[in-house]
Write a protein of this length. Structure first.
Length: 94
């Protein structure tokens, strides 16, 4: 399963770890904080994308169009909502 998580805080990191415990999944995390992105890259065997998950181009680059699952779980509810709307826009683009 191809999974993209927006938000690499404690909850996003914990979720990624739980997903990876089971079957082999492809997980990507979008994290806006550079220092946190580096921490995640050093502790998880997943692709970390440092950038703004509310940006449609960033979502496209993260592969949300083809993702089986997109989870917006940053610490900001408004950003999570914008990211979900952006993901839907990515899927509508041709």
């Amino acid at each position: 399963m191809n999974i993209v998580i927006m938000g690499g805080g404690k909850v996003g990191e914990s979720l990624a770890r739980r997903i990876l415990e089971g079957r082999r999944h492809e997980v990507r995390i979008i994290e806006s904080d550079r220092a946190r992105s580096l921490q995640l890259a050093n502790s998880l065997d997943v692709e970390i994308i440092c950038g703004d998950g509310t940006n449609i181009d960033m979502l496209e680059n993260a592969g949300v169009r083809d993702a089986d699952c997109f989870i917006a779980i940053s610490g900001n509810d408004a950003d999570n909502l914008v990211a979900e709307i952006g993901r839907a826009s990515c899927r509508e683009r041709v």
